[in-house]
Ligand binder design. Structure first.
Ligand SMILES: [Zn+2]
Ligand SMILES: [Zn+2]
Ligand SMILES: [Zn+2]
Ligand SMILES: [Zn+2]
Ligand SMILES: [Zn+2]
Ligand SMILES: [Zn+2]
Ligand SMILES: [Zn+2]
Length: 467
């Protein structure tokens, strides 16, 4: 085989310290016009001028060196240069004179020769066996799955990745390996991860969860446990059926909560309701009466809870002009405050107000009074009632420093009947101020704001003589 020098020039290298002929080296270096093949310790490649010159010898054999270097002395020197094998880098350890390289390459196991299998590739001897076995397109290759034989080329191009017998994992991740030719069948009809519609509700489920779904599926058909004439119904409709439709279900009378104890199937229930309307009405009346009592006792519990025990009442009277108009047309029209206590176990009091006046204040003043109502703890209290009482009409000026309230107060006269312990009958007698504030005065300042007035009734707690 003829090896081109181009290839060599790329790969030729020289051992650093091998210099079989010192004088030849010197002569090479000294002879003018000779190629400067210089073994250099640092870079064992041909120097550029030499490369160029040898490049000019493309496709020529070693013998042709004569024609370019007719000087036999130079040729001898060159051919005696000690070089490494061109496959030094691939691992060939050969090193000898240049003239012996060609012969070495004929047996160098790293040198490439045409493939024995005739695929046309150049293959290094050392990997020829491997090439013939595994990569040569002309080799015989046997598929491990279907056991058929192919040329390497056909095997790689057409068969690998297509063999019907190659086992593959199912793409649905069911964990099963199936030969390629059965894979689509598997995915459609065997795979545990394929989607299947529930035959009752038609929703789709992964095949291996379908039986669990059937246990919960509301559309699974069931029979009525009462064996009525409805044959089958969906499980989710059973409850409604039993409650509202099933003719055999035993039902409680609609008036069960009112006390009717009748039970029976649906068709008897209608008859019962028709026949027992009087009885049902009586039952309902009893319930209503009972509830009325409960409401009353709840109301009194609530009013006890919301009672004022502070001894001070702030009485808000809104829509006053309406009330004044009403009072002017209706003699003796009196507004009464919510009752309040002087302390938790003290006297029970109530204020009253005549918008159009009373007694000496009639038609000109508003009159205010305090009344003692019969209270829960009267038996334990000291009589007559002896605490001072004050009435205050608030000036609602937005500037508190400028506000000027009207205050009137009195100390009860113990001889007055009004301050004795009240009887159980509500006492209409009160004590107070018929001329509390004149109608003229009421229009001044800010006693009325948004048609609303505030009156404070305060019992002096220091004088409470409760037990
Ligand atoms: Zn070699
Ligand atoms: Zn080959
Ligand atoms: Zn195959
Ligand atoms: Zn599968
Ligand atoms: Zn279902
Ligand atoms: Zn039924
Ligand atoms: Zn009934």
């Amino acid at each position: 085989m003829v090896r081109s020098l181009v290839q060599w020039t790329k790969t030729l290298s020289f051992p650093a310290r091998i210099s079989p002929n010192k004088s030849s080296k010197e002569s090479v270096l000294s002879s003018p016009g000779s190629p400067t093949i210089t073994p250099t310790p640092s870079n064992m490649s041909l120097s550029p001028p030499c490369k160029n010159e040898i490049n000019n010898m493309k496709n020529s054999s070693l013998n042709e060196v004569n024609q370019i270097y007719p000087d036999p002395e130079s040729e001898k020197a060159i051919m005696s240069s000690v070089v490494y094998c061109i496959h030094h880098k691939e691992g060939c350890k050969w090193s000898d004179e240049l003239r012996k390289l060609k012969a070495h390459l004929n047996s160098c196991k790293h040198d490439a020769i045409p493939c024995i299998g005739k695929c046309g590739a150049q293959i290094p001897r050392v990997i020829m066996e491997e090439h013939l076995k595994t990569t040569c397109p002309q080799r015989r290759a046997r598929c491990q799955f279907c056991n058929k034989e192919f040329t390497g080329h056909v095997f790689e191009q057409n068969h690998v990745g297509n063999c019907g017998y190659e086992p593959l994992y199912c793409e649905n991740k069911c964990g099963v390996k199936v030969p390629r030719r059965h894979l689509s069948h598997h995915k459609v009809s065997e795979c545990s991860k394929r989607l299947l519609p529930c035959r009752f509700c038609a929703k789709e489920f992964v095949a291996d969860t379908l039986s669990a779904h059937h246990l919960k599926c509301g559309r699974v058909p069931v029979a009525c446990p009462n064996r009525c004439d409805v044959n089958v119904l969906a499980k989710e409709d059973l409850e409604t059926h039993l409650k509202e439709e099933c003719t055999v279900s035993v039902l409680n009378c609609t008036y069960k909560d009112a006390g009717c104890r009748f039970k029976g199937p649906r068709h008897l229930m209608e008859k019962h309701l028709e026949e027992s309307s009087q009885q049902h009405l009586a039952l309902v009346c009893t319930v209503v009466t009972k509830q009325q009592h409960q409401i009353t006792s709840l109301k009194s519990a609530l009013s006890r809870l919301s009672l004022n025990y502070s001894g001070t009442l702030i009485w808000k009277i809104s829509d006053f002009s309406d009330k004044m108009n009403e009072a002017k047309n209706k003699e003796g029209m009196e507004l009464v405050s919510p009752p309040f206590y002087t302390s938790q176990y003290g006297y029970k009091l109530q204020a009253s107000l005549f918008p159009n006046g009373n007694g000496a204040g009639e038609d000109s003043h508003i009159s205010v009074y305090i009344k003692i109502l019969p209270g829960e703890y009267d038996a334990l209290l000291r009589w007559p009632f002896a605490h001072s009482v004050s009435f205050t009409l608030f000036d609602q000026s937005s500037c508190p420093e400028k506000a000027c309230n009207i205050v009137e107060s009195f100390i009860p006269d113990p001889t007055w009947k009004n301050f004795q312990r009240p009887s159980k009958e509500p006492d209409s007698l009160g004590f107070g101020f018929p001329k509390f504030v004149s109608h003229e005065m009421l229009k001044k300042r800010h006693f009325m704001k948004d048609d609303t007035m505030f009156i404070r009734v305060k019992v002096d707690p220091s004088k409470i003589v409760a037990v």
